[in-house]
Write a protein of this length. Structure first.
Length: 413
């Protein structure tokens, strides 16, 4: 999947109808007014005063300021965190081999002194990343094998994955696409999208396009609008989906202007990557509500991670909290075997235990589908606990969430 480095100044063709200048100005003014009346949380105020004393409230609520002031090296991380022996420290001088980016907002959620804090473990690199385990690979899902043209993965019959950027606002340590993301300037650019758009046009069986990367919502507004308008102009594309972690790590990006762009391209769905209930802050709630109020169905995708969220109580709190933010739990992923990920991965049985601990113990809407994205390009394979206990004549024996056995009449033909 080829990446072409282009600056944000590259403009989409003027033939596309974008949001008008008056609309942009109106929404810009509204965003400024919103910022003026925003009351930052005590957590944010304390963090700003300690680490960014020159920053204003308007700076903090600007997504571009957040990106500009992100921690991108181990040295920068050490300003905010007391790094442990297992975490990579500046003295090791291996910064260039490790993709790092954490927004100031997300840094404010991290515990300065506790290296075992779940959010911190998901973002701060550790020595274990340099240990390659059995079955691990840089591209374990073999996406490159199913890439007929640059930036397209066509694995399933009626849908494609469109990798539109290699940039993220924060880099998770267990990222499946660590082989293609995490360069400081790696937006793919609109010119490099053309072969992918042409491929989609030429394949009428494609009715569903998942826009991912990297993180598509890190792109400038005009690029997002241009891309969505080009996809929506293809008659056989019925739905467009966006995969993103931006609302969780950079909620300031979900501006009124962006939401008004997105709402023009229904049916549009957004899948948000959430890791732990500590991400469910008032800022994230506001971002999700803006998207939901625009009529955009929101789903969550969560990776099962050892020592981070591999606990029924933690997972239940996360899934129930997402529903309160109007986000429907969608997938619980077994962690992919990328290089150096063994310290994150749990046994599959742990994931099944979590599903058992959710099913029947909370609303069905709060129970995601547990899947393994099969190494080698096998696609997503659902995993479910076995609730059948054999047969008794014409009756199927079923075990409910309490472990009780019930008989269902199931006549064989």
């Amino acid at each position: 999947m080829t990446k072409v480095e282009l600056s944000e100044e590259e403009e989409p063709p003027s033939t596309t109808r974008f949001i008008s200048e008056e609309e942009i100005l109106r929404e810009y003014i509204q965003d400024r007014l919103d910022r003026d009346k925003t009351n930052l949380s005590p957590r944010s105020i304390e963090f700003i005063q300690r680490y960014f004393p020159e920053a204003t409230e308007k700076d903090w609520t600007s997504w571009r300021w957040q990106l500009k002031n992100s921690a991108k090296t181990i040295g920068e991380l050490s300003r905010f965190l007391n790094l442990s022996d297992n975490e990579i420290r500046p003295a090791l001088e291996i910064n260039n081999t490790l993709p790092i980016r954490i927004t100031p907002y997300y840094l404010s959620l991290l515990d300065r002194d506790n290296a075992e804090q779940p959010l911190r473990k998901s973002m701060v690199p550790v020595i274990d990343e340099f240990v390659a385990g059995t079955g691990e690979a840089s591209d374990p899902l073999s996406e490159e094998h199913d890439s007929p043209v640059p930036n397209i993965v066509h694995r399933y019959p009626d849908r494609v994955l469109f990798l539109v950027t290699g940039f993220c606002s924060s880099y998770c340590r267990y990222c499946t696409r660590s082989h293609m993301v995490a360069k400081d300037k790696c937006h793919v650019g609109i010119k490099a999208w053309e072969p992918a758009l042409q491929y989609i046009r030429q394949h009428p069986e494609i009715r569903d396009v998942l826009v991912s990367g990297g993180d598509p919502l890190t792109m400038p507004d005009p690029h997002i609008e241009y891309l969505l308008s080009r996809l929506r102009a293809i008659e056989h594309v019925e739905i467009i989906r966006i995969g993103t972690k931006v609302p969780a790590v950079l909620p300031q990006r979900i501006t009124r202007t962006l939401v008004n762009i997105l709402r023009k391209f229904h049916p549009l769905f957004i899948s948000i990557h959430f890791t732990h209930p500590d991400e469910l802050t008032p800022e994230v709630k506001e971002a999700c509500e803006r998207l939901a109020n625009a009529g955009i169905p929101l789903g969550s995708q969560t990776v099962l991670l050892r020592g981070i969220n591999d606990d029924v109580a933690v997972m239940k709190k996360l899934m129930q909290g997402l529903l309160k933010f109007r986000v429907r739990p969608y997938y619980l992923y077994q962690c992919d075997p990328i290089l150096g990920s063994a310290h994150f991965r749990t046994p599959v049985e742990k994931g099944l235990d979590i599903i058992r601990g959710l099913r029947g113990h909370t609303t069905g809407y709060a129970v995601p589908q547990y899947v393994v994205d099969a190494p080698g390009g096998g696609g997503k394979i659902p995993l479910l606990p076995d609730y059948t206990e054999g047969r008794d004549g014409d009756f199927l024996l079923l075990k409910n969430y309490q472990g009780k056995i019930f008989r269902y009449p199931d006549f064989t033909e």
